[in-house]
Design a protein around this ligand. Structure first.
Ligand code: HEC
Length: 166
């Protein structure tokens, strides 16, 4: 009777192989499925919350401060920086009768008075212009701003060497 059963498993060795495979194959499939699900890129709110950047942003101190050595030599701002911060407010558009930056005709007679006179006017104030243009830059930074503005308005002034740091 038993010889009538038709099965591909003929020897004990084949039987062991089939039993072992029947354990390993499903486990392999599960491992691959888990990998596949885990590897897909997640997007949306909160999915980046464990990234190094967002952790850094979460744990950084609330009040940031920078320690400044008061006696360290101060880096001089460039003429353009001072101009943008303090002078452009009026001079970019020619507010309050100020000579507009780039308006060579308005600057010509002023340029003729020389750099010294222009810097003095910028430092002490003139007409509607407050002293120092209303800001707090060093005298040399104001000079740089004047040179920057004048040269953008048809002048060809050369900037002197910065004063040696004290
Ligand atoms: C509140 C507006 C205002 C700001 C800010 C301002 N200026 Fe002026 N500036 C004027 C006016 C108005 C004049 C024309 C003064 C006059 O001739 O009566 C002028 C004139 C000047 C002149 C020509 C002076 C002369 O002798 O003819 C220079 C140079 C100058 N400004 C430089 C600067 C610089 C550099 C800054 C930035 C640090 C600055 N200004 C910021 C309003 C301003």
């Amino acid at each position: 009777m038993s010889a009538d059963h038709d099965t591909p498993i003929k020897t004990p060795k084949q039987l062991i192989t089939v039993i072992v495979l029947s354990f390993i194959v499903p486990i392999l499939i599960i491992v691959l499925l888990v990998k596949y699900v885990g590897a897909s890129k997640r997007t949306g709110a909160g999915t980046q919350s464990m990234s190094a950047d967002s952790i850094e942003a979460r744990i950084k101190p609330v009040a940031g401060f920078e320690l400044i050595d008061a006696s360290a030599p101060r880096a001089l701002k460039s003429g353009e920086q001072v101009y943008t911060a303090q002078c452009a407010a009026c001079h970019a558009a020619g507010v309050a009768g100020s000579p507009k930056t780039g308006d060579a005709a308005a600057w010509k007679p002023r340029l003729d008075t020389g750099l010294e006179a222009l810097v003095t006017a910028a430092l002490k104030g003139k007409g509607a212009m407050p002293a120092q243009g209303g800001g707090a830059a060093s005298d040399f930074e104001i000079l740089r701003a004047v040179v920057h503005m004048a040269n953008a308005s048809g002048g060809s002034l050369t900037e002197p060497e910065p004063p040696a740091a004290k």
